[in-house]
Design a protein around this ligand. Structure first.
Ligand code: 5FX
Length: 531
């Protein structure tokens, strides 16, 4: 039954190339969307793909004021289209993960005093100690990564605490580089935000807390204690704890929008700001993942998202705190050899045709008579290895397979790797497990059948276009709905209630999930490939 829909919830996504917003009503129907493309709509910042790649090819930054001006532009577009800001009950958002913003001393006061007759980019012009923010594409901090891992006793030890070994793009290593190369600006910095908490600060008119989930992408947070790991802070830069503030749950209601938005755009003074988070956690929410689910994006590179209860961090893949349930975790695993490798095998073994590729999958049995292949055309991320390796049913290494066998060996090999790496991180296939598939290759039912067989679970296809901002609009609704429930109960019970409310959201959108080749509730119908 449709609910009255005079209220709406906004989800913003400060992504690499654009700022996007969606508004959903109480029925989760999208009632508005807008976007600002950085390269074309803010050409004065001369970005390509939203970033500046520096001459060393390793340093990648974005001008922080471009993001501020993009917010002016998008709110201006919404106003011009007649969007009714007074109906917004709550807002939240996401940002590209790992990117960092350096607020100069005195900026908190400027944020608090923003005058509604000026655009944000004029008001905040002088607020940034570092005007070009390092972003997730930066890979210039290998030295800092080595230092951090050494200081913590090794890569696995760092992963045990923070959920990931040291990665160049992770914020702690970026901060360490700024402290080393630009100590003056580091000292001038009053607060360091992630892109997500920076964006929340703009709406709050005050510094917003870093949320647990995006905070897990910094190599700085103890993901089980949910506080900064003092050893990591000490190894990165002096006085860092004071500059980061205290992290908060991703479901936290941070406060109401600043009066700037009430006076300039007509927001209600009661409109709540729910903690902003990273784009990947935002997508997990947008895909309505639940405990036991696994989402697999089959694109240029393949990405696996997991909802995990008891994580076991390893040196491959990332464990983040869960953005929906603060007691749970999520894992993110990236595989570089995705669709390019599938396309190469299609060219070489299926005459360049997806139909022939499907015929080969249909003509070969589940398990491929024991023929297994590993196809890393380019240096893989998970694990760091390269090359093509084939083993036949007799366990002998072979130089090639018949074409049909090669096609199945590739697809089974790619999905087996996803299952094996997911299980290494603590993922367990449950009775109710669903595999949610998205990305280009998810349109091929025969590929999805292999996925269902490898995971012994039903596969659904989902559309993840805009999943990060949609997920944050859901999180905004979730945040205020949980808050409105009349409870005065201990924190230990609250997580259960949050899950309950989230499950209600999930049920209301479930029929939009297209079921694929195998039926929900018929677990066991597929022959398990792994015994
Ligand atoms: C995740 O760890 C990443 O670095 C990317 O997916 C960024 O979040 C993209 F914005």
């Amino acid at each position: 039954m449709a609910l009255p829909s005079d209220r709406c919830y906004l989800g913003f996504d400060f992504s690499t190339q654009q700022l996007k917003v969606v508004a959903v009503d109480d029925n989760l129907t999208i009632v508005h969307q807008s976007a600002v493309h950085f390269d074309t709509e803010l050409p004065e910042y001369r970005t390509q793909g939203g970033v500046h790649v520096h001459s060393d090819r390793l340093t990648v930054t974005s001008p922080v004021l471009m993001w501020v001006k993009a917010l002016d532009l998008i709110l201006g577009k919404m106003k011009a289209s007649g969007f009714d800001f007074s109906s917004v009950k709550a807002l939240s958002g996401s940002g590209q993960q790992h990117g960092s913003v350096y607020w100069k001393e005195g900026s908190r006061q400027i944020l608090r005093d923003m005058s509604p007759d000026k655009p944000l980019h004029e008001l905040l012009e002088s607020c940034f100690a570092v005007t070009d923010s390092p972003v997730w594409m930066d890979s210039s901090t290998t030295e800092q990564c080595q230092h951090l891992e050494q200081a913590l006793g090794g890569a696995q030890q760092l992963a045990d605490i923070t959920g990931s070994r040291a990665y160049e793009r992770f914020t702690g290593n970026q901060i360490a580089k700024i402290w080393k190369t630009d100590p003056g600006h580091y000292k001038q910095t009053e607060r360091i935000s992630l892109v997500s908490s920076f964006a929340a600060s703009l709406f709050l008119g005050d510094y917003a807390a870093i949320d647990y989930s995006d905070g897990s992408g910094m190599n700085l947070m103890d993901i089980s204690k949910k506080e900064w790991a003092q050893h990591c802070l000490g190894a990165v830069a002096p006085g860092l704890g004071g500059k980061l503030g205290t992290p908060l749950p991703s479901v936290a209601v941070l406060g109401s929008v600043s009066s700037y938005y009430v006076q300039r755009y007509g927001f209600s003074p009661d409109c709540k700001v729910i903690a902003f988070t990273g784009d990947n956690p935002g997508s997990l929410a947008g895909m309505r993942l639940q405990e036991g689910d696994i989402a697999i994006s089959l694109g240029t590179s393949d990405t696996v998202f997991l909802w995990i209860q008891d994580p076991r961090p390893t040196v491959e893949g990332h464990i983040f705190c869960n953005p929906v349930d603060s007691q749970a975790y999520m894992a993110l695993i990236c595989f570089k050899n995705g669709s390019f490798t599938r396309e190469r095998i299609r060219e070489e073994c299926a005459g360049g045709s997806w139909e022939e590729f499907s015929k080969a999958l249909k003509a070969t049995p589940v398990g491929n008579n024991g023929n297994i292949g590993i196809y890393f055309d380019v240096m893989e991320i998970t694990p760091a290895a390269v090359g093509v390796h084939r083993v036949n049913g007799e366990n002998d290494r072979v130089a090639g397979f018949p074409e049909e066998v090669e096609v199945r060996a590739l697809i089974e090999g790619q999905f087996l790797a996803k299952r094996a790496h997911a299980e290494k991180l603590g993922y367990k296939i449950l009775q109710e497990t669903r595999v949610l598939a998205t990305g280009g290759a998810s349109s091929n039912k025969d590929i999805l059948q292999v996925l269902a067989d490898v995971f012994n679970a039903p596969v659904y296809t989902i559309d993840t276009a805009n999943s990060a901002c949609l997920g944050c609009a859901y999180r905004a609704l979730h945040g205020v709905t949980v808050r409105e429930r009349p409870y005065r109960i201990p924190e230990s019970r609250r997580s259960g209630i949050r899950k309950e409310v989230w499950a209600m959201l999930e049920l209301r959108v479930k029929e939009r999930v297209v079921q694929s080749n195998c039926d929900s509730g018929q677990k066991g119908r597929h022959q398990p490939l792994l015994r």
